[in-house]
Write a protein of this length. Structure first.
Length: 237
């Protein structure tokens, strides 16, 4: 009799547990969304700053001044800022426009015959350029070109070369290229080469004449802050 009562109690307990389980809602399973790579948007305005170096070249130096020695590869520190706007299209191409100005430290192109000196000094360089770039994710490689400008300090001479008649251009052309990379939302860093050409400068002095190609090679590291850009845009899945 005791065994019969125990068996009956076990059956009742089992039935109650089954009924409770039947009343519970079915377990739901959620599938984790698939990873979608971010799509970077370069369209918008930006401002930034840069540092680097400028180098004079020694191309096309022609002189009739006896014993004249040139010193045209002076490297000088530069620093400045830029502002621009880009438009990304198609979807891996970018077009844009940029204005840039750089101050130069101790950029003196000099010529001497051991007694007298002729110095061509530039305190700043500026440019307005268009650019075309190829975009891959957070990076863009680009070429640029446009109009270059510099200050009007001009050429100075010591007494033995005075008076001097100088022909010097302060507007020329510029071309270059670089690589830019988005390292954080709205922030990018760049490395850039830019060449400035202001034609030939000519100087007529009592000791003789001098002409040379007036150009600069610059290398810059910069950082830009992008407006109207909310970070990477993630496609829907």
């Amino acid at each position: 009799m005791k065994k019969f009562l125990l068996a009956t109690a076990a059956l009742v307990a089992f039935g109650s547990a089954s009924a409770v389980a039947a009343d519970l809602p079915a377990r739901t399973y959620t599938k984790a969304p698939a990873y979608v790579a971010p799509v970077y948007n370069w369209t918008g305005f930006y401002v930034g700053a840069h540092i680097g170096a400028a180098f004079n070249s020694d191309n096309n130096v022609v002189t009739t001044i006896p014993g004249l020695v040139t010193n045209n590869r002076n490297a000088s520190f530069l620093g400045g800022g830029q502002v621009g706007a880009d438009y990304q299209f198609s979807p891996n191409w970018l077009i844009g426009v940029e204005g840039q100005i750089s101050g130069l430290a101790n950029n003196n192109r000099s010529f001497t015959n051991g007694v007298n000196t002729l110095t061509d000094k530039s305190d700043w360089l500026a440019s307005v350029t268009g650019r075309l770039g190829y975009v891959w994710g957070p990076g863009v490689i680009y070429a640029k070109g446009g109009v270059g400008f510099r200050d009007t300090n001009g050429v100075s001479v010591t007494a033995g070369f005075a008076p001097a008649l100088v022909s010097r251009q302060d507007t020329g052309y510029t071309v270059g290229g670089g690589l830019e990379y988005m390292f954080a939302p709205a922030w990018s860093a760049k490395v850039e080469y830019q060449y400035f050409n202001f034609g030939d400068t000519g100087v007529i002095t009592p000791a003789g004449n001098l002409s040379y190609r007036d150009d600069f090679h610059t290398v810059k590291l910069g950082v830009n802050y992008h407006f109207n850009w909310g970070g990477p845009v993630v496609a829907k899945y």
